[in-house]
Design a protein around this ligand. Structure first.
Ligand code: 2GW
Ligand code: MN
Length: 288
């Protein structure tokens, strides 16, 4: 998969954007609008036989609140032209809406238990994803993308986002200095880190199935070790993801176009929004 990353980058990238950082210091591309030819990416991935698993969790009230909008918008924007399998994890499979899917697109609904603490709903996704990759995804898909459900696709989220290991720049932190990143700062947690490269957002991550399997297994192990030591990382799974991506650098980084929060307001460097944060209704969704 790394070779695909490299060949795609070498042959398909159009050049550069002078107003933003387009490359990490370990030479991974940071994907911004204007840097790539979408059709060439699609053709390359089609000829390589790429296929994508999208994992999303809709547990408890999040199903009614977000799932239908997420899936419908994804049908218009996510990896069009490649085979896509949705893996929807929920405690209420009977409530998953029946949506009409495009050709080469299918949905698998998998029942999961509902953890009583919301922090565990979020963190335990790591274990569930790792298990699904091992038992199913690796036999059917070359790549996996993992999403929060409280978001809506508004523009192309296509094969330019595929790579061996893919992380997303958090919309609220990409322009801030490192000292303001909300890494876990507690030395007792496995997620502890003093410095890092970027602050990544756990609402979107992906890669080849084997690298996402390695990431989710490692984060799950760290989460369980923290539980044994009676600590919890500041931002839960997101803290562990940031630690992992610091130690195992992603081969591709997505700009905040790929998960923008409109409450930030207009920014000149955001020329297109591809996925947006949905409105949060914490008052009704986080009362358990
Ligand atoms: C989560 C928090 C409080 C109450 C409920 C839930 C909840 C989350 C739930 O009841 N049902 C459910 O399916 N979830 C799933 O977990 C859903 O897919 C959701 O998008 C995901 C993460 O929870 P969310 O979106 O409320 O958290 P955010 O948007 O504040 O997420 C960031 O921080 C999280 C850790 O605290 C994760 O790292 C997440 O990936 C980050 O985007
Ligand atoms: Mn979210």
């Amino acid at each position: 998969m790394l070779s695909l990353d490299n060949s795609v980058d070498a042959s398909l990238d159009l050049g550069s954007r002078s107003d933003v950082q387009t490359c990490t210091d370990w030479k991974a591309p940071i994907i911004w609008d204007g840097m790539f030819d979408p059709d060439l990416y699609d053709k390359t991935h089609q000829s390589e036989g790429s296929s994508v698993a999208l994992t999303v969790f809709a547990v408890g009230r999040y199903l009614d609140a977000y799932l239908l909008t997420f899936l419908n918008s994804s049908e218009h924007h996510f990896m069009l032209g490649l085979p896509v399998t949705y893996y929807v994890f929920t405690d209420t499979p009977e409530k998953v809406p029946d949506i009409k899917l495009g050709p080469q697109r299918s949905i698998k609904v998998i029942k999961v238990k509902r953890h009583s603490r919301w922090q565990d709903v979020s963190m335990m996704r790591m274990k569930t994803i790792a298990d699904a990759i091992e038992s199913d995804i690796r036999h059917h898909c070359t790549h996996v993308f993992c999403f929060d459900v409280d978001q809506v696709f508004t523009g192309r989220f296509g094969s330019e986002a595929l790579g061996d290991s893919v992380a997303l720049l958090h919309a609220h932190y990409y322009h801030l200095p490192e000292r303001l990143f909300t890494y876990d700062r507690n030395p007792k947690s496995k997620a502890y880190m003093e410095s890092g490269d970027f602050y990544y957002h756990a609402a979107v991550f992906g890669g080849s199935w084997n690298s996402v399997k390695a990431l989710t297994e490692s984060c799950y192990q760290s989460i369980m070790e923290d539980k044994e030591n009676d600590v919890e990382a500041l931002w839960h799974d997101e803290s562990h993801l940031n630690k992992y991506m610091w130690l195992q650098k992603p081969s591709r980084v997505l700009s905040p176009e790929y998960c923008w929060d409109t409450s930030i307001g207009d920014r000149n460097d955001i020329r297109v929004t591809r996925l947006l944060w949905a409105t949060k209704h914490y008052d009704t969704l986080r009362t358990d």
